[in-house]
Design a binder for this molecule. Structure first.
Ligand code: GAF
Length: 382
């Protein structure tokens, strides 16, 4: 975690509100494999990272609440009994949504001030949104002694995203950000919302992210469309979620679904199976197998689920040309953001340079490379 980021929000808080705040760090996440499986009650394999949101929060006695997003140099004042979603795309929806969802659970929140700043660029697919939601719910839970469990807090964050942000997300991002364990990835069953930690030590290999630095605008609507397609196919199959279906089950309705929805459902069923195999591959330290599952995941996301984009596909193609990259795929919701690469440590820098050059030539835009550490979930910083 970046201490200077934490100090910056703390100092700003002291300067603006003249009281000592509670400090919270809430991490973003990566996901090794298991994409678009969470809202199908399936398996995912995320980890919290050392990048995220630093927040300073304290009660307010000014009769109103103030939230300041330092990154955006933007301040919003609001009253707790007049909450409603702000314009689509505005950052304050993450804050308002969390407060509103806490109130919906008949918990009483008093006036508060919050200042936050992040070091994950928005749109990187590393879930700065879940990190922000979790920092708000975690901070309010501490401040007003709401007695919420971590599981309750992540459901509040998720509902805030559904009802105030307008993305019908699954539970992966909020879970990983809240429950992250240092040096571990979490093999999460999104039905039971329980995970098993896997210590991640790939010896001579490591995970590296490359951010395309693009986020194509259809991402939110396409996300919601994919989710409804999955739900309608589950209904047709008479199962609770696609996690309960097999490829053979899907074949029985082949004439009743569009070819594109058939491919989408097939992708989910296959990705869920890959995620279970990946856990075993990590356990066996079989990095070749893990890498090939990661490449297969990208192919599915791009060709079957259709949530990739030219920039992501290009970076994965670059990775495939380099024998030191065992696996690469788009990460997160898609239509931009990062690729995650499983690469030999001693070749990582060289590949990053080659891929960056090629990317610049092709798109006349820079990509960014992140070496991340797996970190603990949302917590108070003393
Ligand atoms: C986004 C969502 F928020 C997650 O819930 C998950 O569905 C992911 O896209 C795709 O795996 O990050």
């Amino acid at each position: 975690m970046d201490k200077s980021l934490m100090n910056e929000v703390k100092n700003k808080f002291l300067e603006v509100f003249k009281t000592e705040p509670l400090l919270i760090f809430s991490p973003g996440r990566i996901n090794i494999i298991g994409e678009h499986t969470d809202y199908n009650d399936g398996f995912v394999f995320p980890a919290a990272v050392d990048k995220g949101i630093a927040a300073a929060i304290q009660k307010s006695n000014s009769g109103k609440c103030t939230a300041i997003a330092l990154d955006m140099d933007s301040t919003v004042n609001f009253e707790l009994d007049k909450l409603k979603p702000s314009k689509k795309g505005n950052w304050e929806n993450y804050v308002f949504g969390v407060v509103a969802e806490i109130q919906n659970r008949n918990k009483i929140v008093g006036d508060f001030n919050i200042i936050f700043k992040g070091n994950i660029p928005g749109g990187a697919g590393m879930s700065s949104s879940a990190a922000l939601e979790n920092s708000v719910v975690f901070g309010l839970n501490e401040l007003f002694e709401l007695g919420l469990t971590k599981h309750e807090m992540i459901l509040i964050s998720q509902k805030a995203e559904h009802n105030y942000v307008g993305v019908n997300c699954g539970i992966m991002d909020q879970y990983a950000s809240m429950f992250g364990i240092k040096d571990n990835a979490l093999h999460l069953d999104c039905r039971s919302v329980e995970s098993r930690p896997y210590k991640i030590d790939f010896k001579n290999h490591q995970l590296m992210l490359i951010n395309t630095n693009v986020k194509h605008s259809l991402s939110d609507s396409a996300y919601n469309d994919r989710r409804s397609a999955c739900e309608s196919i589950s209904e047709l199959l008479g199962v609770k979620a696609l996690r309960d279906a097999t490829e053979a089950d899907l074949e029985t309705v082949i004439d009743k679904v569009t070819p594109s929805n058939y491919q989408r459902a097939l992708y989910v069923i296959q990705e869920n199976a890959r995620t279970i195999k990946a856990a075993k591959a990590i356990e066996d330290n079989d990095l070749e197998l893990l890498g090939s599952l990661i490449y297969q995941s990208h192919a599915g996301l791009s060709d079957q689920y259709k949530v990739s984009c030219d920039e992501l596909d290009f970076l994965v193609t670059q990775a495939k040309k380099n024998k030191h990259v065992l696996g690469a795929r788009m990460m997160g919701g898609g239509f931009g953001g990062c690729t995650i690469n499983l690469i030999a440590k001693k070749e990582a820098k060289a590949f990053a340079e080659t891929a960056s050059k090629a990317y610049k030539n092709k798109f006349d835009n820079d990509c960014s490379v992140y070496f991340i550490e797996l970190f603990q979930g949302t917590h108070l910083v003393k």
